[in-house]
Design a protein around this ligand. Structure first.
Ligand code: NAP
Length: 311
């Protein structure tokens, strides 16, 4: 394909930026990809991996002359990074981000946005529990959703150009209002992560058990929780601190439902439990019918789980 952008700059070189670079290179979506990271260690790793065409020593030099700048740092660092690159952005450049929370990122970035630079916030709904420059792979976004939350004054031609770039990475693009994005993600991703962290924490408190039975007999449910609970602590701290209202809302509803089920168990109300689980089973069927997961038993892992199933 012909390149969608001439020069793309990636700020942060972890799982998401690494995967963007590899996917964009494979698709020929950019003529030049230049990346940078905060630490010399990550920059050196990215150079060794030849993750980008060039690794800059700082964000200011990375964004100079770039047509598209993608902020790939934790949600809480977006404003600081934007303030650093602000004086070096080319007029007409597009800045986007990949943060898992949208409204807070918009609030952090907008005060630093130069008048002739476009900001089109985004979020790829694709990831793994791995992080850092070694974790990226070109297929991460294939057939996954990538949500854009354009601002009311976003230039439609720049939005469609960014969509073309994202589609070249293999993803499906849809637009969403930022507040709605944050609520949807609180339900589908943020609160489930918190529950996984909590369940693994509960098992850890039962130290004696953890050392023996919990690990040895780790069945699918708990094993999946441990995978999710291995996700990057900085990224997830920032998600909860920056999507506070939506997560607390969903967590409140979750707690109410938990009490309902707790009471049904205490009262021996098998009918209520059966009805509840029948409804939730139908939701799982809906997800499979929508092509968002496989109906293979145990998520298609087979007897030994492997990296192919790490998403
Ligand atoms: P990652 O692998 O941990 O990489 C994060 C990068 O950001 C690293 O290069 C790191 O630099 C840099 N960084 C960390 N703190 C920083 C700070 N305070 N200032 C400047 N740079 C900083 O993270 P990731 O998984 O790629 O996530 C990046 C973004 O994508 C996050 O906003 C996250 O919410 C979003 N996202 C993640 C997933 C997922 O599943 N992982 C999915 C969708 C969206 P050093 O290595 O030099 O420390």
């Amino acid at each position: 394909m012909s390149a969608v952008y001439d020069k793309v700059a990636l700020i942060g070189l972890g799982l998401i930026a690494g995967s963007i670079s590899l996917a964009a290179r494979k698709a020929g979506a950019a003529n030049k990809i230049i990346g940078t990271a905060r630490s010399a260690k990550t920059r050196a790793a990215a150079r060794n991996l030849m993750l980008c065409d060039e690794i800059a020593d700082n964000a200011a030099s990375a964004v100079r002359g770039a047509d598209l700048v993608i902020l790939c740092v934790p949600v809480g660092a977006m404003g600081k990074v934007m303030s650093e690159i602000k004086p070096h952005l080319k007029p007409g450049a597009v800045v986007t981000d990949v943060g898992s929370v949208k409204q807070e990122v918009i609030d952090q970035v907008l005060p630093h946005l130069p008048p002739q630079v476009h900001f089109i916030p985004g979020h790829p709904l694709a990831g793994t529990e791995q992080s850092g420059p070694y974790s990226g792979f070109a297929e991460l976004f294939v057939n996954r959703w990538w949500l854009l939350t354009p601002l009311p004054d976003s230039d439609p031609s720049e939005v469609s150009r960014l969509r073309r770039f994202i589609r070249a990475l293999g993803a499906n693009v849809e637009d969403m209002e930022p507040g709605h994005h944050d609520l949807v993600l609180a339900v589908t991703s943020h609160t489930p992560h918190l529950i996984a962290y909590t369940m693994v924490g509960v098992a850890d408190h039962l130290k004696r058990v953890t050392e023996s039975e919990v690990i040895k007999y780790s069945a699918a449910g708990f094993r999946d929780f441990t995978r999710i609970a291995a996700s990057d602590p900085t990224m997830w701290r920032d998600v909860f601190l920056n999507n506070k209202d939506a997560v607390l809302d969903i967590l409140g509803r979750f707690t109410e439902e938990l009490f309902v089920l707790q009471r049904a168990i205490r009262m021996g109300d098998g009918e209520q439990l059966h009805d509840y689980f029948t409804r939730t089973r139908a939701i799982r069927r809906g997800i499979i019918e929508a092509g968002q997961d496989t109906d293979a038993p145990d998520f298609g892992r087979g007897p030994k789980s492997g990296p192919a199933n790490r998403d």
